[in-house]
Structure formats: structure tokens, C-alpha cells
Ligand binder design. Structure first.
Ligand code: ASP
Ligand code: MG
Length: 288
């Protein structure tokens, strides 16, 4: 029997209709004879809305309370997804980060995972349940709810795949894979069938928003085969692995860029004895 971790991002679970489709995807994997763990993000842009509400109250909200607030987004999705699976007559159970045994550093808003105690998940899988885990959250040794940084559900998925020794971790998203560059800007950008961990790490760190860089780091360290694919379409995505079997002669695999970056160069004027701005450069970098 195989074991797979599927992760669905905010857009993929943005409406009740999409949550029902996500339930179908989980059941599809289960019907293939796999044990299935599903990690989900908060619905649509709900994390942004929670941040906005906090900022309406305070310019500098307490980081602890921000973690408390933002972790609620994922909790909504896990329960609804579990209900959607029940409705299709399959067994499912939802767990928050702490219930799933995810212990993190005691750092608010950007904690790293330290350890995962898989006992509860394991027991549920053994009972034949589809296990649904809230992404982006854990608990510190002191019992405080922590979050893993924006986009952190990818990291939850890969960390769970490592701890549970899953055969594969699929990141199901609103793009069909990793492209040579941002297809929104470059019409003839191509979907890559494979990328190595190191190449993906570079692309992710340079701003290719498709994956959380820490998730790629984790996948590389634990050698987890990582797939990026479309959530609700049956189309082969991109595999991120150590070894390339195709296109392994390419020197450049892809190009990443970011926008909304401003570079200011300050120059010390010897004559006037004060600093002045030498250049001001407003680069267009995209989020990909
Ligand atoms: N909901 C969180 C965010 O919007 C985590 C995630 O989506 O991965 O950043
Ligand atoms: Mg994301």
C-alpha cells in the first residue's frame, strides 16, 4: 500500500464547490489503494483578510495573537473538507497542527518545525481514514500555537511526507507545474517535466512563488519526491527530484523574477559632507 501527501493551496479550496472537488481528489488517491494525508491552506484570500482585520485594530499587533488569529483560517478548511469527504461516504478526520504532532521552535509568525510525532495520524490511517491536516501551523514546546511564515502550508506537507515516509508529496495548486519562467509575462514559457531540488531551491528563493523555499529545502534533505500539479485537472505536473532523467544537459533550467523591488544607492558627498541618493532604481519583478 502506498502513502501520499496531497497539499491544496488557498485558491484550490477557495469556495465550497472547490472544497467538494478537493474531496474528490483525496478519494481518488484513496481508491488507488493509498493511505492519504491532505494538507490544506486557508480558503482563498482569507489569511489576508485576517491580517487586515488585525491591522484595523493595531499597527503592531502582538505576534502571539497574530499566530492565534491566522491559524484559524486553516482550521475552517480542514473541518469543511472532512465533512465533504464524509458526505461522499468515506471516512476522514481533521487535525490541527498540534493534534497532528507538529512541534516547532517557540518563534511567533515564522517558526521552523522541530519534530513531528506521527502517532495520531498513523492511528487514523490504520483505521482507513483520510487524514486532513491544517497547514502552516504547529505548537511550541511551551504549548503556544505557532505559524510557519506565509505560504508555509507547503512546508507542513513536505515535513509530514518526510515524517510519515510517504512515497510522494503532491503540491496541488492553481498552476499546472513549474515553468521555464512566468507564463503570465512570457507567452512561450514551457512547463518543465522535471527539476532538481537545487534548481527548484534557487528558483523558489529568487521569487518563483510556486513553492515555499523551506518546503524545497525539506524535500531535498529528506529526499521526498515532490510534485507540483494542477489541483482539479488531471494533468501531469512537474517532478522535483534529485536525479534528472530527461533534459539533463540544460545549463539554465528556468528564470525567476520579482516585481515591486526598489533599490536605492546612497553616496557620501565629500565636498558637501553629507550623504545623498545616487540612484533610485524601481525594478519590475514578478511574484513568480
Ligand atoms: N494561509 C497561509 C498563507 O496565506 C499559509 C499558506 O497558504 O500556505 O500564507
Ligand atoms: Mg502557497
Amino acid at each position: 500500500m502506498g502513502r501520499v501527501v496531497l497539499k491544496f493551496g488557498g485558491t484550490s479550496v477557495g469556495t465550497i464547490e472547490k472544497i467538494k472537488k478537493t474531496a474528490d481528489q483525496a478519494i481518488r488517491e484513496f481508491e488507488k489503494g493509498n493511505q492519504v494525508i491532505v494538507v490544506v491552506s486557508a480558503m482563498g484570500k482569507s489569511t489576508d483578510r485576517l491580517v487586515d482585520m488585525a491591522l484595523e485594530i493595531s499597527e503592531h499587533p502582538s505576534k502571539r495573537e497574530m499566530d492565534m488569529l491566522l491559524s484559524t483560517g486553516e482550521q475552517i478548511t480542514i473541518s469543511l473538507l472532512s465533512m465533504a469527504i464524509h458526505e461522499k461516504n468515506y471516512e476522514a478526520v481533521s487535525y490541527t497542527g498540534w493534534q497532528a504532532g507538529i512541534t516547532t521552535e517557540p518563534v511567533a509568525s515564522n517558526a521552523r518545525i522541530l519534530d513531528i510525532d506521527t502517532e495520531m495520524i498513523q492511528a487514523a490511517l490504520d483505521k482507513g481514514q483520510i487524514v486532513i491536516v491544517a497547514g502552516f501551523q504547529g505548537v511550541s514546546g511551551e504549548g503556544e500555537i505557532t505559524t510557519l511564515g506565509r505560504g508555509g502550508s507547503d512546508t507542513t506537507a513536505v515535513a509530514l511526507a518526510a515524517a510519515l515516509e510517504a512515497d510522494k508529496c503532491s503540491i496541488c495548486t492553481d498552476v499546472v507545474g513549474v515553468f521555464t519562467t512566468d507564463p503570465r509575462y512570457v507567452k512561450n514559457a514551457r512547463k518543465l517535466s522535471q527539476v532538481t531540488y537545487d534548481e527548484m531551491l534557487e528558483l523558489a528563493n529568487l521569487g518563483a512563488g510556486v513553492l515555499h523555499p523551506r518546503a524545497v529545502e525539506y524535500a531535498k534533505n529528506y529526499r521526498i519526491p515532490l510534485e507540483v500539479r494542477a489541483s482539479h485537472e488531471i494533468e501531469v505536473g512537474t517532478m522535483i527530484e534529485e536525479e534528472m532523467t530527461v533534459e539533463n544537459t540544460k545549463v539554465v533550467r528556468g528564470i525567476a523574477f520579482e516585481d515591486k523591488i526598489t533599490r536605492v544607492t546612497i553616496h557620501w558627498d565629500k565636498k558637501r559632507k553629507h550623504a545623498r541618493i545616487k540612484s533610485f532604481y524601481n525594478a519590475r519583478r514578478s511574484q513568480y
